[in-house]
Design a protein around this ligand. Sequence first.
Ligand SMILES: [Zn+2]
Length: 245
Amino acid sequence: MSLSQFLNFNHTCPICDEPLHLYMQQVGSSCFEAKLIEPNLYEFNTFKVMKGYSGTIETTNNAAVPQEKMLLLDKGNSFEMKWENASAKAEAKKFQIYFFFLCNPAGFVDKVWGDYEINLYKGCYYRSTPFMEYQKKYANNEDVWTLETTNKDQADIINKDEAYSFKQKPATPEGLERVYMVNLDYEKKATTLWHYSTTESERKKENFKAKLFEKEMPLLGTRIKAGPEDREKLLERLDGWIMLS
Ligand SMILES: [Zn+2]
């Protein structure tokens, strides 16, 4: 895959139009948050750390969490990564990683044990790369480390997953809120739709688990038009999928 295509695919949420936030996850380890500091130059800083044996997660407001910094320069057909700290660089090579964009950081929900999950109800829009890993190559008489897609069959995939959530707000505060979530999995070539609705009193219960409808279909042939002007039509289409099952 071209990481550059992933980074430049879109920068605002197709649903709410807010800017997207970029992250890099080391699988089973730390998550880094990026900021764009110059055109095509991203600075990644430690955002969440998985603690070794206990598997609990620490957010960066804990002073005991080591802060690491990495710069990523997108050069189009290739890119450079520079770690501030040599041990962090050596450590980084052990992990598979993936990058993802999320519309709203409120979508991060820390688990009691382990790491975090993305709550799409709050997050609105998410997209991620396939798994990648560092590989050593010999070029120009030296060993160079490059980041490659782990599964070569996925080398042409820009987004591995692309997920949306849509809410049909009730006309009155007491009414039913209808929630639709759609995930496009470009690796499995599958579309999954989840749907549920809640009443006002259900929404007020902290741990309420709504009855979830789930349907898997082939990958959509065309991109989802998710803007406000297309929303009504889209929800009608999603309702059609639900009725047909
Ligand atoms: Zn959004």
